[in-house]
Design a protein around this ligand. Structure first.
Ligand SMILES: [Zn+2]
Length: 346
């Protein structure tokens, strides 16, 4: 994901021009006592957590902490934010830490990370609508990440991937629309408006990564952090992290979507697992539906860009995204009709 200055500013500021007034209002209304605080919630001892929610065992081996249900394994690492749910890396909102002598996690990770993964049918709402919006990152005057020597431009690959995923979804009778169907410049705000106007049931934004270190490789899936929780790339909770965005109405569904996408991408690409990460990217925070942004490999990686250049590998990436979306939609279909509806954005 490489952004031109204007979009970068939109991403960094946490504001679109349209949203600025609303958010400014939110911040003005926030009590001064909130300054410096987070919304991670109380510490919950893993020994206590393991006695509920269908866990059947809890074992510790040094800093390696393992909780099992009949069907799933949750592995945690003390003093880190790393969690593995059935072998897929998930980054927690806060590190697992010792609290009164017991390894503990924060309440926000219980409710917004672990419970949705353990019991998606309770966390999701049953929906009939099945409109998937696929957002091919960048386009037009914004090429995204590029490798001039190999003539690789992120904008072209993301468009091809989005089109392939659409074709795959159509074979499952799932309607999919693209925020751009050609090499066009489209602002981030416009992309969100399209998805919202169309009444999207979910949005997946498709990107490729780039890093100064040519050794970095692998796939990662980004979802919005809950309000008051830090992004994965930081431990700091600032004013911007406390704002509630439209995407926060779907914290639980975002987690389930992110996990299914990451799991499926790993299955089809066999790429390195960089995990489900939390970031406040513009397109995933400003849509009115569950959303995730996938980074399907590094254009800057010597080993990965050779793969990305092959049609067979790109087909695997598209398959990974499409099957991840289908896994999520099947969970939505099986959602408990008695499950609580998400509350209003506040
Ligand atoms: Zn990008």
């Amino acid at each position: 994901m490489q952004l031109p200055l204007r979009q970068l500013r939109q991403q960094m500021n946490g504001l679109s021009l349209r949203g600025a007034g609303v958010l400014a209002g939110l911040w003005l209304a926030a009590p001064a006592a909130l300054a410096g605080s987070d919304n991670l919630g109380n510490a919950v001892a893993l020994s206590k957590l393991s006695k509920s929610h269908g866990f059947v065992s809890y074992s510790t081996e040094g800093k390696n902490l393992t909780l099992k249900t009949k069907f799933s394994t949750l592995s945690l690492e003390g003093n880190t934010r790393k969690a593995k749910f059935n072998d897929t890396l998930i980054w927690l909102n806060a590190p697992v830490s010792r609290h009164w002598g017991s390894w503990s996690i924060r309440e926000s990770d219980v409710t917004k990370t672990i419970l949705p993964l353990l019991n998606p049918s309770k966390a999701l709402r049953p929906e009939n609508g099945r409109l998937v919006v696929l957002d091919a990152g960048h386009g037009g005057s914004d090429p995204g990440a590029s490798d001039a020597r190999r003539r690789l431009e992120e904008k072209n690959i993301t468009l091809e991937l989005a089109q392939s995923v659409r074709t795959m979804l159509q074979k499952y009778n799932v309607e999919a629309r693209l925020t751009r169907g050609s090499d066009q410049t489209i602002e981030l705000d416009e992309r969100c408006q399209m998805a919202n106007r169309w009444g999207a049931d979910l949005l997946v934004s498709i990107h490729l990564n780039a890093a100064a270190n040519t050794g970095s490789s692998g796939v990662e899936t980004h979802i919005l952090p809950p309000a008051g929780c830090p992004i994965t790339a930081s431990t700091f909770v600032g004013d911007r992290d406390r704002a509630v965005f439209p995407g926060n109405r779907h914290d639980e569904a975002n987690m389930i979507l992110g996990y299914q996408l990451q799991r499926s991408l790993l299955k089809f690409t066999k790429a390195e697992d960089r995990g489900v990460r939390r970031s406040r990217f513009y397109v995933i925070r400003n849509v009115n539906c569950p959303a995730a942004l996938v980074e399907c490999g590094f254009i800057s990686s010597r080993s990965e860009n050779v793969k990305i250049m092959t049609a067979a590998y790109r087909d695997n990436v598209a398959r990974g995204i499409a099957e991840g979306i289908m896994a999520y939609l099947n969970l939505v279909k099986r959602a408990d009709t008695n499950a609580a509806k998400p509350g209003p954005a506040k």
